[in-house]
Design a protein around this ligand. Structure first.
Ligand code: PMV
Length: 353
């Protein structure tokens, strides 16, 4: 992260941050019993921070006499209801840390469609945490910011770092969970920087509609699936394989595990009560195509899927143009967005208002 650049008049303190989304190789799906509000995950997860799918957020804090309440505008639309409350709850965390009652004006832009399986909550809560804390003059390192961001959205804890990142579950070794905002047991750390391995996430967008059940709702349902315990029992070995594959830049070791955990997570989603079915017909069309290209034509590409219908095709940089060409030609695919690994959050000099 770059140095603090909060600007504004005496009564208004403002900062702007751009944070990358991330794509998980081993997923976060399900929160630990008794720690639902803290987003303590069932298992460690590993992701790649994305350079080209990001959120830019400006936060301006004003004395509560100047602003009657918080306002949040994302991609030009003012948030209301539950989505607004979720952001206000995060602003409350920052207010509590700084010991202030100031109100915030938040304006945020994504360069990709929100709520469709590209993790806008990861980049969104990372950018909100960094900009909000900087504008309040809070001096927190990336680990502490990761703990705060986690409480807004679990996957946001990983977007506090660039490159290849692991989020430690961190809790099972402890007898009781502390509700301190800065409790930094369950936080992310960088395992390799963004220059370590030129992987590409070729995102096949088959639907841009908002999903009906947000991932934050889904995490609480995971425990109702009979397959959740089976998945977490497998994850330890998968994490180990993914760590080794990334360290050795071994794509043929990484790929099968990516698919295995994405499918295991979706099996948990489909079999929770109520059942969550994020896939659309286009999702399956892309999955079948990826398997056929790889198995019949030797194209080195594997898929992963988040909580939405869109498919992330992972490949190395030298295969990206071929994968983009093939996936862009599928009838179900509306748009293709490609990203390599990116850096951690950056504070910017230019503000959105
Ligand atoms: O951070 P959340 O609550 O949006 O959860 C993200 C969950 C997945 O994207 C499906 C998996 C992951 O680890 O990113």
């Amino acid at each position: 992260m770059t140095g603090r650049r909060a600007t504004g008049s005496l009564s208004e303190r403002k900062a702007t941050c751009r944070a990358g989304s991330n794509i998980a190789f081993i997923k976060y799906w399900g929160v630990a019993d008794g720690a639902e509000d803290l987003n303590i995950p069932l298992n460690n997860s590993i992701s790649m921070t994305l350079a080209d799918a990001h959120t830019t957020t400006t936060v301006a804090w004003n004395d509560s006499a100047c602003l009657p309440g918080d306002t949040v505008v994302i991609d030009g639309v003012q948030l209301e209801g539950a989505p607004a409350e979720r952001v206000v709850a995060h602003l409350d965390r920052l207010r509590a840390l700084a010991g202030v009652s100031d109100r915030a004006r938040v304006v945020s832009n994504n360069n990709f469609p929100m709520a469709s399986g590209i993790a806008s909550s990861a980049s969104g809560f990372a950018a909100l945490t960094v900009a909000g804390a900087a504008a309040l003059g809070l001096r927190l390192d990336a680990t502490r910011l990761s703990a705060v961001a986690r409480q807004g959205s679990g996957s946001a804890s990983r977007s506090l770092f660039g490159g290849f990142v692991e989020w430690e579950q961190g809790w099972e070794r402890e007898v009781s969970v502390s509700n301190s905002l800065l409790d930094s047991r369950s936080v992310a750390h960088q395992i390799h920087d963004d220059e370590h391995w030129a992987l590409r996430d070729v995102i096949a967008i088959v639907s841009t509609g908002a999903k009906r059940v947000s991932s934050s709702g889904g995490h609480r349902l995971a425990a109702t699936s009979p397959f959740s315990a089976a998945r977490t029992a497998s994850v330890g070995a998968w994490l180990d394989t993914v760590r080794r594959a990334i360290a050795a830049r071994d794509f043929s070791l990484l790929g099968p595990v990516l698919e295995a955990d994405a499918l295991a997570m979706h099996a948990v989603m489909m079999t929770s009560a109520p059942s969550l079915l994020y896939w659309q017909p286009g999702t399956l069309e892309v999955l079948q195509a990826v398997r056929a290209w790889r198995e019949e034509e030797g194209v080195p590409v594997y898929f992963t899927i988040d909580a939405g219908p869109n498919v992330h095709l992972m490949c190395e940089a030298d295969a990206a143009a071929e994968v983009e060409r093939r996936v862009g030609a599928l009838p179900a695919v509306q748009r293709v967005l490609t990203s390599g690994p990116g850096t951690g959050p950056q504070l910017l000099d230019g503000h959105l208002f």
